[in-house]
Ligand binder design. Structure first.
Ligand code: GLU
Length: 319
C-alpha cells in the first residue's frame, strides 16, 4: 500500500508537536535520561515493504516487549505445559502487583505481567541456564531483523534493573515459596533483567513482529518461528493482557493485539496485514506509551485495520 508511507508521515507530523506526552519512566537513570521528544513509527506491510517516520531507526530499550519473545521461546519448548505454571487471563492489576499471587497460590495471571514473565524466564533457564538462555532469545529475534545495528543487550541497563529490582525479586521469591520457580532466584532474574535490557529500533521491532503478522512464519525467509496456533495464542494474550490494566482501553481504542514496554515502545500486529512498532518514551497512567497509543489509534482510523472491523456483509451498511 503506497499510501502507508503518507499515512505514517502524517501521523508523525500531527503528533510530534504534542505537549502532553506523559511521563518518562524514571526508576533507573538510563531510562530517565531518554529524550521525551523522541517519536518514531515503523510499519512493515505484508509485502515486506517498510514505511517509516520520525525516529524509527533509533534504538531504544524494549523492556516488557521482550515478554512476547520469551513467551514464544517457552511455547516452542514446552507447548501447552507452560499453562500449568502461568494462566491466560487478564490481571486487572498493575504490571508488578504481588497481591493476586497470594490468593492464586503463586500462579501468575498471564505471561505479560512481571510475575508471569519471570516464570517464563525460569522455564528458559531450566532448559539452557541463564547465559545460554539469553543467547537463545537473541538467536530467536536476530535472524528476523533485516537491518543491521542497534540490536543487542544494554549491560548497564540490565545491571541497573538488577540493582533496583526489589519488587521483581519479591515476586520471584514469593513464587518460589509456592514451588513455581525452579531455579535460584538470581539466575532467573538475571535472564529477566537482561531480556528487559534488549535494545532495538522501531524498524527492527516491526521486522521481528513479522512472524506474528504471518501466522508464526518469518515472511522474509519463510522460516517457521513458531506454530500457527502459538502465534494465535500469543496475539490473543497481547490483545487481552499486553497493556497491563490499560489493556481493555487499548483494545477498544486500537483494536489490535499489542504489547507495550516502559521504554515507551509498543508492538502491534494487524494479522495478515502489518507489523507495527511505535516509540515515544512518555507513559500514561497505566505505564503505556501515551503518544504511541495515540499514533496507533490514528493509524487504525486511517487504515481500518482494527480486528473488530471484519463484520459480516449482512450487517454492513451499503455505500
Ligand atoms: N524492567 C521493567 C520491570 O520489570 C519492565 C516493566 C515494563 O516494561 O512494563 O519492572
Amino acid at each position: 500500500m503506497a499510501e502507508l508511507g503518507r499515512i505514517v508521515t502524517e501521523i508523525v507530523e500531527e503528533l510530534r508537536p504534542a505537549v502532553e506526552r506523559g511521563r518518562v519512566a524514571d526508576y533507573i537513570p538510563p531510562l530517565a535520561r531518554v529524550d521525551p521528544q523522541k517519536f518514531g513509527i515503523a510499519v512493515i506491510d505484508a509485502s515486506g515493504a517498510a514505511h517509516l517516520a520520525g525516529d524509527a531507526e533509533e534504538a531504544f530499550s524494549i523492556q516488557s516487549l521482550s515478554k512476547v519473545f520469551g513467551l514464544t521461546l517457552a511455547l516452542n519448548l514446552e507447548g501447552s505445559e507452560i499453562w500449568r505454571r502461568v494462566r491466560q487471563e487478564p490481571s486487572g492489576s498493575a504490571f508488578n502487583s504481588i497481591v493476586q499471587l497470594e490468593s492464586e497460590q503463586g500462579i501468575p495471571r498471564n505471561p505479560f505481567i512481571n510475575a508471569g514473565a519471570i516464570v517464563i524466564a525460569d522455564i528458559l533457564v531450566s532448559r539452557w541456564g541463564r547465559y545460554a538462555a539469553r543467547q537463545a532469545l537473541l538467536d530467536l529475534v536476530s535472524p528476523l531483523v533485516g537491518t543491521p545495528g542497534g540490536l543487542g543487550i544494554d549491560e548497564d541497563m540490565a545491571m541497573q534493573e538488577r540493582e533496583t529490582g526489589f519488587r521483581n525479586a519479591a515476586l520471584a521469591n514469593y513464587m518460589r515459596t509456592f514451588g513455581n520457580l525452579h531455579n535460584p532466584v538470581d539466575d532467573t532474574l538475571d535472564l529477566y533483567f537482561h531480556q528487559c535490557a534488549l535494545t532495538m529500533s522501531c524498524r527492527q521491532l516491526a521486522e521481528i513482529g513479522g512472524f506474528l503478522m504471518n501466522g508464526g512464519t518469518d515472511p522474509r525467509s519463510g522460516r517457521v518461528v513458531t506454530s500457527v496456533s502459538n502465534a494465535r495464542t500469543i496475539m490473543a494474550l497481547m490483545m487481552m493482557c499486553g497493556h497491563y490494566d490499560g489493556s481493555g482501553a487499548f483494545a477498544i481504542r486500537v483494536g489490535l493485539p499489542g504489547k507495550s514496554g516502559v521504554g515507551g515502545g509498543i508492538l502491534a500486529i494487524a494479522p495478515g496485514l502489518a507489523s507495527i512498532a511505535v516509540w515515544s518514551p512518555g507513559l500514561n497512567a497505566q505505564g503505556n506509551s501515551l503518544l504511541g497509543t495515540l499514533a496507533l489509534e490514528r493509524l487504525v482510523q486511517k487504515t481500518g485495520w482494527s480486528v473488530f472491523n471484519a463484520f459480516p456483509l449482512s450487517v454492513q451498511k451499503p455505500g
